[in-house]
Design a protein around this ligand. Structure first.
Ligand SMILES: [Zn+2]
Length: 145
């Protein structure tokens, strides 16, 4: 099988301002991607994404996956001119034990907000000049922290 498509980026260079660090969980990708322009207040918003398993904030907090994420981020900054990182956590994330670990959705969100802030602090140690945007995605909303 061969499928034809039109790549909107053909011939337009490699510049991309945003690096998205998110969980591999497929259930949250479509909604997040469809709303990135609104979240960041930009039209035609493109982003690099390393595609690391284990959650947005967790992939930065854990030293092993951090090396992979930072390596990809370094390439994105050098080759694509990335100057903003979006760290996206989501509800019912298996990397943190899923929703069943929490008494309710408010408690789960508070946990993720703390983890996102921790990931931001870790990121800021090595990257002083990046804009960092924190996102929490529930089943029916996406909010910036
Ligand atoms: Zn997840």
């Amino acid at each position: 099988m061969e499928i034809s498509y039109n790549n909107e980026f053909k011939g337009k260079g490699h510049h991309c301002a945003t690096f998205l660090i998110r969980c591999m969980d497929f259930r949250f990708h479509k909604a997040l991607e469809e709303n990135m322009e609104q979240i960041l207040g930009e039209s035609s918003c493109a982003f690099d994404s390393p595609g690391v398993g284990g959650g947005g904030s967790k992939s930065i907090i854990d030293e092993e996956s951090r090396r992979v994420v930072f390596s990809a981020l370094n390439i994105a900054m050098e080759k694509h001119g990335v100057n903003r990182v979006v760290i996206a956590d989501h509800i019912d994330c298996g990397a943190y034990g899923g929703s069943g670990k929490f008494a309710n959705e408010d408690e789960e969100e508070k946990f993720h907000v703390e983890k996102l802030k921790e990931a931001k602090r870790v990121l800021e140690v090595d990257y002083k000049n990046l804009e960092i945007v924190l996102i929490y995605q529930s089943w029916n909303s996406i909010k910036t922290i």
